[in-house]
Design a protein around this ligand. Structure first.
Ligand SMILES: [Ca+2]
Ligand SMILES: [Ca+2]
Ligand SMILES: [Ca+2]
Ligand SMILES: [Ca+2]
Length: 400
């Protein structure tokens, strides 16, 4: 069922959603996907207005009824600040685990054959509030690790590497990076930039005029303290690194690539930049301008069209659809392809733009996964403010 009045809008290219659900919280932390019970179908956790619900994926996709009510188990740890909940396999057992971060606290909830085990959670209290969190396997041992940033008393932030193990997180973080007054003050992402099988970490930071992203290599013993790449835009006041995402291999050359938002000094609306991985370093940012990057979400989705290159999933909640049917802040979720000139296709209302009301803000939360196990990526997005109607989530399976 579509919310749209299709008679009034030229939206023939937007397909009806494959699954929907009413009532969702407004934040970016409303959705989390992962295969918590290891059955090969991704599951979806929804932060709804009534609590936290899990929908188990299956060959039929997501079910209409709630599979498990996780409210009593997770509500006390759930927060969109500083980082939306993340999925990782910290103990390498093949069951996805859930990492919740809140102020000075991490909470790990382990997956297992029966799904997330909320009766025993691992809580970690940090010495000061955490700012940014990312996950991946920097030492290539099969256990996902956590990378996170805390304030540095000497200025800027300290970014820590905390390895996973068969028993979960090891006792203490094992490595850190720091570097002056503005180091690490923006986002983090973990991806394999140089294709050696060890994930690498991108650390954003910088001052008023210039912001940059530094990339450090992972390795079998410890990550490198020397930057593998230092990336800046060529224009002053074009801020790189505010939102970073590991998005897979966008150009199919075997090296994972990095995407950042690029905002300007005034209203945060400018575009997306791609920085391509490589064996000896990373390519300078190439910016696709003209994309509304006010509170965007950039996300891995995989290879949707089967051509060997991964695509980029974006949620742009403040997207305005153009004349002849202008709707401000309706929001759009789009699967963007990297073109030969290293710029992205522009999102348009022909992508997934739901709702026909101003301030609908579709894409305020997004998640990608394979909920129906076909091997073809699926995604979900929220419409938190659909003007008069109940907020809702729409899922689209096997996106082209
Ligand atoms: Ca696990
Ligand atoms: Ca590891
Ligand atoms: Ca690497
Ligand atoms: Ca690449």
């Amino acid at each position: 069922m579509l919310l749209l009045s299709t008679a009034s809008l030229a939206l023939a290219t937007v397909p009806p959603s494959d699954w929907n659900h009413a009532n969702v919280q407004s934040g970016a932390d409303a959705l989390v996907a992962g295969d918590f019970d290891g059955d090969g179908y991704d599951d979806l956790i929804v932060h709804s207005v009534t609590g936290i619900d899990l929908y188990e994926g299956s060959a039929n996709g997501l079910p209409a009824p709630v599979s498990r009510d996780l409210t009593s188990g997770l509500q006390q740890y759930w927060s969109g600040y500083p980082e939306v909940p993340l999925t990782l396999d910290v103990d390498g057992d093949g069951y996805d685990d859930l990492l919740l971060s809140r102020s000075q606290e991490f909470t790990l909830v382990y997956g297992g054959p029966a799904g997330l085990v909320t009766t025993w959670v691992h809580q970690v209290v940090l010495p000061s509030p955490v700012y940014q969190v990312a996950t991946g396997d920097l030492n290539g041992d099969g256990y996902d690790d956590i990378v996170f940033s805390l304030d540095n008393a000497a200025g800027g932030r300290i970014v820590y590497w905390w390895p996973g193990s068969a028993m979960g997180l090891v006792q203490f973080p094992a490595f850190s990076w720091s570097g002056g007054q503005v180091f690490g003050t923006a986002d983090l992402a973990v991806f394999d930039a140089n294709g050696d099988g060890y994930d690498d970490v991108a650390i954003g930071g910088g001052g008023y005029a210039t912001r940059e992203v530094k990339v450090y290599r992972g390795g079998p013993v410890a990550p490198s303290s020397q930057a593998f790449a230092t990336l800046q835009t060529t224009q002053a006041y074009r801020y790189l690194g505010e939102h970073l995402a590991a998005v897979g291999d966008l150009d199919g050359d075997g090296y994972e690539d990095l995407v950042s938002t690029v905002s300007d000094a005034y209203n945060g609306v400018y575009g997306f930049a791609v920085m391509r991985g490589g064996s000896a370093g990373m390519s300078a940012p190439v910016v696709t301008p003209g994309v509304d990057t006010q509170d965007p979400l950039i996300h891995w989705i995989g290879d949707t069209d089967g051509d060997g290159d991964d695509e980029l999933l974006v949620g742009i909640p403040y997207y305005d659809s153009p004349a002849p049917n202008p709707v401000s802040n309706r929001g759009v979720v789009a699967v963007l392809k990297l073109q030969a000139n290293n710029r992205f296709t522009q999102p348009s209302v022909g992508d997934y733009a739901m709702g026909n009301t101003n301030d609908n803000q579709f894409g305020s939360a997004i998640a990608a996964g394979d909920f129906d196990g076909t091997g073809q990526p699926d995604f979900v997005g929220t419409s938190p403010y659909p003007g008069g109607a109940a907020s809702r989530i729409d899922a689209f399976y096997d996106v082209p």
